[in-house]
Write a protein that binds this ligand. Structure first.
Ligand code: 0X9
Ligand code: ZN
Length: 410
């Protein structure tokens, strides 16, 4: 226990700190405001939207301003008459408080109410396979650039049923996403014998789940920089990392993505340059006939996004996507009263090419969603652990509606 604490504290001691940084919500209402926000690119960390090029008049912007730029930024905002409010008062303080649960060393009883490292998640996956060998298969089909395993779970009473494909952790800092994948797997396995609804889904569908797709980025958010989004690949440029959700073969290098390796939305040196992109793309291409639905979990914003995001273009089955999003969001809201919005990416979010949702749809997966989990910006990416359990509970209800839809329409 002592050693564990020492190791955790040692790891955190070397991590980048965010003391005094604030997240501001800006309200641009004219073109001068948009230009001012664009000029912040040099020092600001854009949370929502994820790039200054996506800032539009009339849409609020969440942005983290490092402490040393705060005074200047607020002066400029006052000078151009732009409204803003402080969303997160001290980012480091919020990071320190995200660990609200007391984490004990893993001794058989896995704690789903705390955040786990990539190594803990991999060990957990193999432990679950031992415990539920008839219902779960764990594979490591690819290695990341930094030689970590990309873990893939195949779950259900048969591996040959229609596939419900799920991934978590494409973006490193969106920690609620891998946390959801873990609690979901546990719920499906531990309740198989006691919950008729769970059993019917597990008997009718094969769930294929990547619990932490961007495993290098995720590890980096634990060791070095809690706010890291991209992969950790460096192609000989000043800045490191490719945005995996701009790296897929879906109008790759198109709108809402950047050729600049220092951008948070860098699309990479070539299409599917990243190991995780290759892994997910290959899985989709090899199994496209069997995959009936794909859901990729991100945060934050509480939104159901369906294709397309690479252009102002609608999917052939827009009505089905929209109706199902409405039904799923209603079931979610009934659990803890959290409201989710929905719509095609180009209108519910922003134009952003090269995403995994658009790719899967274009490669033959009939239903494809990005679900942006909690919250709407109070904590943003730094959602406290106390919200893992309620997020899981409501998202089970959301996923159930999607699974039932697929089961009745097979
Ligand atoms: O911009 C993204 O990649 C996603 N939002 S996030 O804040 N988690 O980064 C939205 C993805 C929507 N789909 C596509 N752009 N294809
Ligand atoms: Zn994301």
């Amino acid at each position: 226990m002592k050693l564990f604490l020492v190791l955790t504290l040692a790891a955190l001691a070397f991590a980048k700190r965010f003391d005094g940084d604030q997240v501001l919500t800006l309200h641009p209402t004219n073109s001068e405001h948009v230009i001012t926000i664009n000029e912040m690119e040099e020092f600001a960390d854009f949370w929502k939207p994820d790039s200054p090029s996506l800032v539009r008049e009339g849409s609020p912007v969440d942005v983290r301003i490092p402490r040393e730029y705060l005074l200047k930024t607020k002066k400029v905002l006052a000078a151009v008459n732009m409204d803003f409010e402080v969303k997160v008062n001290d980012v480091q303080d919020t990071i320190d408080h995200q660990f609200t649960g007391i984490k004990t060393p893993y001794a058989g009883e896995y704690d789903y109410n705390v955040y786990h490292t990539d190594i803990e998640i991999e060990n957990w996956a193999f432990d679950m396979q031992n415990q539920y060998s008839g219902l779960l298969k764990v594979e490591t089909p690819s290695q990341s650039e930094e030689k970590r395993n990309i873990v893939r779970l195949t779950m259900g009473s048969s591996q040959n049923n229609p596939i419900f494909l799920i991934d978590c952790g494409i973006h490193a800092r969106e920690w609620i996403s891998p946390a959801f994948c873990q609690c979901f797997v546990n719920r499906m396995l531990s309740q198989y014998n006691t919950d008729a609804n769970v059993r019917s889904m597990m008997d009718a569908l094969t769930f294929v789940i990547y619990p932490v797709l961007n495993v290098d980025g995720y590890a980096y958010t634990w060791s070095d920089d809690r706010m890291w989004r991209k992969t950790r690949t460096n192609y000989g440029t000043l800045c490191t990392g490719v945005d995996p959700n701009r790296n897929f073969d879906a109008v790759w290098s198109g709108p809402g993505s950047s050729s600049n390796p220092c951008s948070e939305t860098y699309y990479g040196p070539e299409v599917a340059s990243e190991q995780l992109t290759k892994e997910l793309s290959n899985f989709v291409l090899t199994n496209s006939g069997q995959i009936k639905v794909y859901v990729t979990f991100h945060s934050y914003g509480q939104v159901y996004i369906y294709p397309y995001s690479y252009a102002e273009k609608d999917v052939d089955n827009k009505q089905e996507h929209n109706d199902l999003a409405i039904a799923s969001a209603a079931a979610l809201e009934a659990v803890h009263k959290k409201r989710y919005t929905y719509g095609p990416g180009y209108s519910s979010m922003y134009l952003a090419a090269g995403g995994s949702d658009d790719f899967s749809k274009d490669k033959g997966v009939p239903l494809s969603y990005t679900i942006e989990l909690r919250d709407t910006g109070r904590y943003g990416f730094i959602l406290p652990e106390s919200q893992i359990a309620p997020s899981c509970e409501e998202t089970y209800a959301a996923v159930d509606v999607i699974a039932q839809h697929v089961m009745t329409n097979i």
